[in-house]
Ligand binder design. Structure first.
Ligand code: HEM
Length: 154
C-alpha cells in the first residue's frame, strides 16, 4: 500500500475517530451527571475509541517515515522556517505527530485508569477527563487546511 492510500485512510479515519471520542465523552458525561452505571455501552464505546486511536497512531507512524512532505521538511532543515511552508513543516514534521502521540497515550491511560477505578462514577470521570484532554489536543493539531471543505483555513 502506497503513501497516498495511507494518507487517504489516515485522513478519512479522523472522522470515525472524532465521532468515537465524542460519543465516549458524551456517554461518560451523561453517566456522571445522572449517576448511571458504567455499563456495556460505555465499555464498547471505550474499546472502539482505543482501537481507532491505535489505528491512527500506526498509520501516522508509517506515514511519518514515508511521507515526501515530511522528508522534504526534514531535508530542508532550518531554511524552511524562512519560507511560507512554515505551518506545514511545523504541523507535519513535529507538532502533529508529537502532540498526537501524547494524546494517544492520554486516551490509552484513561482507558486503563477507568477500568481500574472501583466506583462507576470515577470510571466516568476518568474517561471524561483523559479522553477530553486527548480530544482537545488532537483537534488542535488536525491540519484542517488539507481538508477540501476547510481548505485555506490555516
Ligand atoms: C487520532 C489522531 C490523529 C488525527 C485525527 C490525524 C489527522 C490527520 C489528518 C487530517 C492529516 C492530513 C491528511 C491530508 O493531508 O489529507 C494527517 C496527516 C498526517 N498525520 Fe495524522 N492524525 C492523527 C494522529 C497522528 C499520529 C499519532 C501521527 C504520527 C505518529 C500522525 C502523523 C501524520 C503524518 C506524518 C501525516 C501526513 C504528512 C504528509 O502530509 O505527508 N498522525 N493526520
Amino acid at each position: 500500500m502506497g503513501y497516498s492510500t495511507l494518507l487517504l485512510i489516515h485522513s478519512w479515519l479522523r472522522w470515525a475517530f472524532l465521532l468515537a471520542a465524542l460519543y465516549a465523552i458524551i456517554r461518560s458525561l451523561n453517566g456522571k451527571i445522572n449517576n448511571k452505571p458504567f455499563g456495556k455501552e460505555e465499555n464498547t464505546a471505550a474499546k472502539v475509541l482505543v482501537a481507532l486511536t491505535h489505528t491512527m497512531l500506526l498509520l501516522g507512524l508509517v506515514l511519518w517515515f514515508i511521507s515526501p512532505n515530511v522528508q522534504q521538511a526534514l531535508s530542508q532543515g532550518a531554511s524552511i522556517f524562512m519560507k511560507d511552508k512554515v505551518m506545514r513543516a511545523l504541523v507535519m514534521e513535529m507538532e502533529h505527530p508529537l502532540i498526537n502521540i501524547i494524546a494517544v497515550v492520554l486516551i490509552q491511560l484513561g482507558r486503563i485508569k477507568s477500568k481500574k477505578a472501583y466506583e462507576d462514577s470515577s470510571k466516568h470521570m476518568r474517561s471524561l477527563v483523559y479522553y477530553g484532554i486527548g480530544l482537545l489536543l488532537i483537534l488542535s493539531r488536525i491540519p484542517w487546511g488539507t481538508t477540501p471543505m476547510f481548505r485555506g483555513m490555516e
